[in-house]
Write a protein that binds this ligand. Structure first.
Ligand code: SF4
Length: 292
């Protein structure tokens, strides 16, 4: 065995010792245009989330933990599969609970992988974790859900969510101070913040826009209209309805009032279950890809 083989064997041993839980991989065409592109964003949906939003549209995986256990080597194989399918990027969805374990896998991927790595999180990432990921992630795609701490607590987020989201966003911007797009308009490096407009929460949205603008008025912001109520919130006094066109208009007004300039909007009638993948089917596909 030569030195290179020894190194590879040691690497495999280390990565096979790390376990993740994944619910889906596949090309996704409903991201912002600079992520979906023509070929689709290469999404990897991790199971489990450290927030408990009652309105979560992926609750089978975020709350209930549906998915398949994969080790670090298998995860790298899934990344390669997305490359083969022609993905525009590797879009890690809800990666935060797996963050520390992802560091060695992403660093390994970066040695040979071709795709920009996108960190698609709920926004409450610990800055220490983000520093550990520096160089392994190309594009930060965090949510900024709440500026209102009481609303955050009411909806299953940590009470200090606004402080956490602000600190995380600052760290992301330090690592990527400018946004870089390729010749096809794909973001290959940078930060884009998502805000899902919730029913009856206009003040919260206004505060979020001010928070983002306080970090950088040049930041790309995706103002999302796609909220729709799942059966879990069918009886909730506010969450049981979609947002109104007026609420969405007020969110866009808040974006401009905060001095923000760059971003993406959605049609208010875009609230549809089409955005939500079928996880039962995707778990079967995952098992097939992994030879199980
Ligand atoms: S942060 Fe996102 S994935 Fe996590 S529970 Fe809330 S909506 Fe679901």
């Amino acid at each position: 065995m030569d030195g290179r083989q020894t190194e590879n064997t040691l690497r495999s041993a280390a990565l096979t010792d790390i376990t993740f839980r994944v619910a889906r991989i596949g090309l996704h065409f409903y991201e912002e245009p600079c992520f979906s592109g023509e070929n689709g964003s290469g999404t990897v949906f991790f199971s489990g989330c450290d927030m408990r939003c009652p309105f979560c549209q992926n609750s089978e995986i975020s709350h209930d933990g549906q998915g398949v256990n994969v080790n670090g080597e298998e995860l790298l194989r899934l990344f390669s599969e997305l490359e083969k399918q022609g993905a525009e990027n590797l879009n890690l969805v809800t990666p935060t609970p797996w963050g520390k374990r992802l560091i060695p896998v992403l660093k390994e991927y970066k040695k040979h992988g071709k795709l920009p790595v996108v960190w698609n999180s709920n926004g409450a990432d610990d800055p220490g974790l983000l520093r550990g990921l520096e160089g392994a992630v190309d594009v930060w795609l965090p949510d900024f859900k709440y500026s209102d701490a009481a609303l955050a607590a009411e909806y299953g987020a940590p009470t200090d969510y606004p402080d956490r989201a602000r600190a995380a966003l600052r760290e992301m911007r330090i690592q990527c101070p400018t946004d870089v797009f390729d010749s096809r308009g794909m973001m290959t490096r940078g930060v884009c913040v998502r805000h899902l407009v919730l029913p009856g929460a206009t003040k919260n949205t206004e505060g979020v826009m001010r928070e983002i603008a306080a970090v950088d008025k040049e930041m790309y912001v995706s103002v999302m209209a796609q909220y729709f109520p799942t059966p879990r919130v069918a009886e909730h006094p506010l969450l049981s309805r979609r947002i109104t066109a007026e609420e969405y208009d007020r969110a866009v007004d808040a974006f401009f009032a905060a001095g923000l300039k760059n971003g993406f909007s959605q049609e208010p009638d875009s609230a549809t279950e089409e955005y939500v993948p079928d996880f039962t089917d995707s778990i079967r596909t995952l098992k097939r890809l992994l030879g199980r």
